[in-house]
Write a new protein. Structure first.
Length: 468
């Protein structure tokens, strides 16, 4: 219903679009060369359709974003917001005739306040850049997606990104205190606060986090910071089965331990990482569990967790002796998705999240799905919070293998829901999981969410065809 309010662009409309945009944007901010605009058509997701944008704009100020949205409203043209396009759900994919609104040029860190423990940033700031900048003040910005060297804060906010440290520090939503948002009609709205506490009115800030640019365009964010923790140490534990590794995860969490990281790599992932980077990981293991602590006595915490791993059946437990060894193990985990992509050339990366207590069932089920469809499916997981990343490896040039990959992907999502989980823990819905969102939240949930969308974007011009 919302999409039907957007009329197909007419030649006279698109012909006038560039002139109208240039009235409020510098020439270098408006890209029209088809070869250039085509490079902005999609993010990193597989099996997601992408259209041909009419124009790409790269604003540098909130006022320029407002001008773009006023123009889009006047012409009834769709607008697709983008960050670094590292997303994995098609949320940043262009639609035919749209204005792609790339926010990567809005990359200023406006303020770092060590007393209030906040940072004020524009949406194009790279996650790792912010982390290093606040580190100079003895502070940390904990959310750390695997693509943290490339992904932007705006994109992290749009998809409510997670990362390796979620088990202790939580996800992006827990660090967004306030936002400046340009609405569909070009009005600028501020939400939230700079204070440590605040409960005035509806929590509109949280509503925008994870909305994938479908409700408004974030042009500024107030982010909470934490004191920089001590250097973490990592432990690696090998297991003869994935279920034993998941049993160790349950024992660790039940025992009241608070690791800064608790990650799992199955045998397929371990082999892929070794093949790509020659890291010497133990390929005889069925599952490799990485646990880290950033406490004042991490060695003692690792010893306690190591004992729990052995009680769960670990065949070998090896704590890192120093930060260098720890970083080597973490680098192996960060390479997981890249390594799995090299197996067949194309991947479908899922992010189904289940209760920790059912993580073992999830991994066993995925193994069965891989056998059923005769596919290579590697699993790395943020095991500490039940967030799995089953990665289906396939040859995109093989129609039958591509079909089996898509069917296995859907079966994995169905399994996650059966186990009391969710179809997406941190990557978002985008184009890839629209149908599955409806199954998860039900018809009443869909109706309410569509009502919220209509309230913020009555013409349906903001990232149409995504999420709902």
């Amino acid at each position: 219903m919302i999409m039907s309010r957007i009329e197909a662009p007419r030649e006279d409309v698109t012909g006038n679009l560039v002139d109208l945009l240039l009235a409020g944007l510098p020439a270098e901010a408006v890209l029209t060369d088809p070869d250039v605009t085509a490079s902005y058509a999609n993010d990193m997701a597989s099996f997601c359709e992408a259209g041909t944008p009419a124009v790409v704009v790269l604003p540098r100020t909130a006022e320029q974003v407002q001008h773009v949205m006023r123009t889009a409203t006047a012409l009834r043209l769709p607008v697709v917001p983008q960050g670094a396009r590292t997303g994995l759900s098609g949320a940043a994919n262009a639609s035919d005739g749209c204005i792609v609104l790339s926010l990567v040029k809005m990359d200023r860190i406006i303020e770092i306040n060590p007393v209030d423990r906040i940072a004020v940033v524009e949406p194009g700031v790279i996650n790792a850049t912010l982390s290093r900048a606040v580190g100079e003040h003895g502070l940390s910005y904990p959310p750390d997606p695997s693509s943290w060297e490339m992904c932007t804060i705006g994109g992290n906010i749009g998809t409510a990104s997670g990362g390796l440290c979620c088990v202790k520090y939580g996800v992006t939503a827990e660090y967004v205190l306030g936002l400046d948002v340009v609405l569909a009609d070009g009005r600028l709205m501020s939400t939230g606060r700079r204070t440590a506490k605040g409960v005035a009115g509806y929590d509109l800030t949280r509503l925008f986090v994870g909305s994938e640019g479908s409700l408004g365009i974030v042009v500024r964010a107030v982010l909470a910071l934490k004191p920089q923790p001590p250097q973490q140490l990592v432990l690696a534990a090998e297991f003869a089965s994935a279920s034993a590794a998941c049993d160790a995860v349950c024992r660790i969490m039940e025992g009241g331990h608070v690791p800064s990281l608790l990650e799992l790599m199955d045998r397929t992932t371990v082999k892929a990482v070794n093949s790509l980077a020659r890291m010497g990981l133990p390929e005889t293991t069925e599952a490799l569990l990485l646990a880290a602590f950033d406490t004042h006595d991490p060695a003692a915490d690792l010893a306690a967790v190591g004992a729990l791993c052995e009680a769960a059946g670990a065949t070998q437990v090896v704590p890192a002796e120093d930060a260098a060894e720890s970083e080597l193990l973490l680098q192996a985990r960060r390479l997981s998705l890249t390594a799995l992509e090299a197996v067949k050339g194309t991947t479908m990366i899922d992010d189904v999240c289940v209760p920790r207590s059912r993580l073992g069932e999830m991994l066993e089920g995925i193994e069965g799905i891989a056998e059923k469809y005769a596919l290579t499916i590697g699993v790395c997981a943020h095991a500490g919070d039940g967030n799995t990343h089953p990665t289906v490896c396939f040859d995109a040039d093989d129609p039958d293998e591509s079909r089996r990959a898509r069917e296995s992907f859907d079966e994995i999502m169905a399994l996650g829901l059966e186990l009391g989980g969710t179809i997406t823990g941190e990557h978002g819905v985008g184009v890839l999981k629209k149908e599955w969102l409806a199954r998860e939240i039900g018809p009443v949930g869909v109706e309410i969410q569509r009502g919220i969308k209509a309230a913020f974007d009555p013409l349906g011009i903001l990232n149409p065809g995504k999420v709902l």
